[in-house]
Design a protein around this ligand. Sequence first.
Ligand code: PEP
Length: 253
Amino acid sequence: MTLRGNPRVLVAGNWKMNGTTASLGELRLLTSMLEGVKLSCDVMIFPPAALIMAASKLTRSGLIRLGGQDCHSEPHGAHTGDIAAEMLKDAGASAVIVGHSERRIAHQESNSLVKAKAQAAHRAGLLAIICIGETLAERRGGETMRVTREQLRGSLPERMNSENTIIAYEPVWAIGTGLTPSSDEIGAVHSHIRAELKETIGEQARAVTILYGGSVKPANAGEIVTIDDVNGALVGGASLRAADFIGIIKAYS
Ligand code: PEP
């Protein structure tokens, strides 16, 4: 395995449970907005799983790659309503988000389950984006570093490297609230994540992409991009409209 020098920068849009085929117009618009733009970051959209195949027909130029928002740890079987990493890949995905706080909280997903899902992503040949982040009570209680360390250590897949795994630091209290930590607070957690990765995978940690997520908007993206160890953004609400998302992409380009 070659040791990459710098982390690749990624701007990723998580549509969550929003969108029908009509929403693919936004993807079409984004694709046309990106044509001719000199990008120095990768761009990914994570639409609802039901839209991935249709979306893949609109992203053949390769300017935008697609991903799933979750996957099951098993490749197939009696798991009604779940989706396998292999199915996401088959539909046109090249990545999957695992351990988003909305799943950790609403579906009681443990670190070991998130780890199993990340391993399933790798088994299927998908990039795994592993989300970690503290709640407001944990931040107020001075627990941010302990919580993110435990989530990270418990969720990292075997054979993780800088090419198959991305970490997204997403403070739970910043998601969808319009609140963001200060630049110093974001920088402190990102450098802590980098140091923890170094303990686990050694020098390879230097090349791991670490995203910040939580109320990233065109208005604050320019400041967040300058923070050390921030290698891109995981964006929820502001990724739904091409006109907003392009503003964030341009801040990272
Ligand atoms: C998210 O859910 O991953 C997210 C970052 O959401 P938002 O940008 O809306 O805060």
